[in-house]
Structure formats: C-alpha cells, structure tokens
Design a protein around this ligand. Structure first.
Ligand code: FES
Ligand SMILES: [Fe+2]
Length: 323
C-alpha cells in the first residue's frame, strides 16, 4: 500500500500560528486537497472559508480584504460574511440567494489556529483542549513540507524501536499508553547519550505525549537533572495526497529547582539563545526521520515484534478518523 492510499483523516489541523494572523489579515491556506481562505476579523475571531469566489472564481486568500466585518473579493468586490454567506455584490445589487462559500469550523489553542476537516463534511464531533503557554518562552516554529501522511508522522510517538535506531536514544521504557476517544496519551523515558549542547551528556529525558487526532500532538519533555521543561508541538496538516505541511513548535520553561546554569542566565538570553538552540536541536531530531518518512510505504499489516512499542494499539485508535 502506498501512502497515497491512506485517505485524509478527519480532525483538527493547523492552518497558521495565531500570531501570524493579525486582526484584519487575510491569507491563503490548504487543507486536505482544498484551497481555503483564512482571516481574522477586526473583533479578533479567526475564520476559514472555501477560497474560490462563486462569482468568477478569484481566490479570496490572494488579495481579499476585510471591510466592515466582511471579506471582500479582490476581483469584483463581492462580499462574504464570516459564515460564508454572500451579503453583497460589488455593484450594489443583491446577490442571488443561497450563494456562498463553505465555512469551516475554527478553534485556537496553544497559539495555533486549527480548522476542522471531515471527508463527508460532518461538523466537529470533539474539540482539542485549551492550552495556555503563559509560563513558557515564546513558541518558536519551523514549517517544512514532507512527502508523507499525518498518520505516519504521528506513529513516531509510539514507535519505540526507532528511537534507538534512528535517534540514538537508549534505555527506552514505556510507562503509560491510554486512549480515550480522539485522545491518545503515552509516557516514556529514555537516555539521550549525546545530551544537549552546553548541558552535559547522558541525560535522562521524561516524555509525556498527548495526541488529539492525527493533526495535533503536544509533547511535554522534562530533563529532571536540569529542571528544564519543554513543550513541543507536532502539527502535521495534510495539504494534498502524500503531502504534509509539518509545523514544529517549541517553548521552554525553567522549573523552580532548575540547574544553576539555567537559572544564572538572564531572561533575554534564555528566551532567545537557549530557546533557539533547543528548538534547532528538536527540529534536527525530527528531521532524522525525514528520509524514511518520504520514501516508506504504508504497511497496513505490519510485522510487529517485541520491542516495537504499541504500534498495533495506535493503528486501532487511528481507525476512528477514517469513519
Ligand atoms: S470573482 Fe469574486 S467578485 Fe467576481
Ligand atoms: Fe522519530
């Protein structure tokens, strides 16, 4: 089975960082083979609509503007309310009734703007948790495109065997694996022999993974020896068959009992240099999987053996997103 045979899953998928979508801003977005227009009204609420104007087909994400709370098409000025209904033409005439753009549900959490996708256009059946980043450094984000599918990137979280082979971690121990509806939670520990730059080698790492559907994972990583906590976001958005826009976000915080080397550095240095270096290390680790992801096939009935981790249970949990 090729990756293209895995259909688009339902779920919440990131279209933008919240900070990159300012009030009154309009931008194009892609989700599951569809072109969307993403915008934030002057009141601060984000919306997503199908992108192409029903009049003569202009893309509202390329040149559309917000005027008096409605989205105005760049071609002839047709006007669309945030719910997608057409509320005016560019000529002052009345638009035909029942003309409009499909509206996609949007939520914001953790500083990200998510849109709901369902292959049969069913409304959202669940919502991700509201996350606050108050105690953290500003989230740094890297966006990359991968020839893969969100189920494959998310499977990394439970593929314990690859951590040693691809990433060089050792002493991997699984402590928990729980699923409840669209939420999957797992905890494990390992030792990172290569450590982190400036912070020593052979560091024990505690990982707590929360997966909400196949588009939204956050991973809380603790380095107990240093008192360093990080929040890592793994946000794969399927844009086309076999093409995923992967956003990797990361922020840090110092626990009260943090190592003196961490507590000694001033805030501006911690927020800038330390957080930046940690983010680059995180992205480098994830990118160690890139070549495998981009060339692997999807083995629907994998040959699982002891040491693999709970891949079978993960695959069973994934089924709900293809219903
Ligand atoms: S194409 Fe949008 S108003 Fe004509
Ligand atoms: Fe990996």
């Amino acid at each position: 089975m090729t990756l293209a045979d895995l259909p688009f899953p339902s779920g919440w998928f990131v279209l933008a960082r919240g900070a990159d979508l300012r009030a009154g801003q309009v931008q194009p977005a892609q989700l599951a083979g569809r072109e969307l227009v993403l915008f934030r009204g002057e009141t601060g609420v984000a919306h997503a609509l199908d992108a192409h104007c029903p009049h003569l087909g202009a893309h509202l994400g390329h040149g559309g503007v917000i005027r008096e709370g409605v989205l105005v098409c760049p071609f002839h000025g047709f006007r669309f309310a945030p719910d997608g209904s057409c509320v005016g033409t560019g000529y002052g005439s009345k638009p035909p009734r029942s003309v409009g753009l499909t509206c996609h549900a949007v939520v914001e959490t953790g500083g990200w703007v998510f849109a709901w996708f369902h292959p049969q256009a069913a409304p959202p059946s669940w919502h991700p948790p509201q996350l606050s980043m108050d105690e953290y450094t500003p989230v740094q984000c890297t966006l990359t495109e991968l020839r893969t599918h969100p189920q494959e990137t998310t499977e990394n979280s439970v593929d314990l065997g690859h951590f040693a082979f691809v990433h060089g971690y050792r002493d991997m121990e699984l402590h928990a694996f729980v699923t409840e509806g669209p939420h999957l939670h797992t905890r494990y520990t390992f030792v990172r022999p290569q450590g982190f730059p400036g912070l020593g080698r052979d560091l024990r790492v505690e990982i707590s993974v929360h997966v909400w559907g196949l588009g939204f994972s956050f991973v809380d990583v603790v380095l107990p020896a240093l008192g360093l906590h990080t929040r890592q976001y793994v946000l794969p958005t399927p844009v086309a068959p076999r093409l995923t826009a992967l956003r990797l976000g990361m922020a840090l915080r110092r626990a009260p009992e943090a190592d003196w080397r961490l507590n000694a550095v001033p805030r501006w240095f911690f927020d800038g240099w330390v957080a930046g270096r940690a983010h680059r290390t995180y992205v480098e680790d994830v990118m160690q999987d890139r070549e495998v992801w981009e060339h692997k096939i999807h083995v629907a009935r994998p040959l699982l053996v002891d040491g693999d981790g709970p891949i079978g249970r993960y695959r069973a949990w994934c089924q709900q997103f293809y219903g």
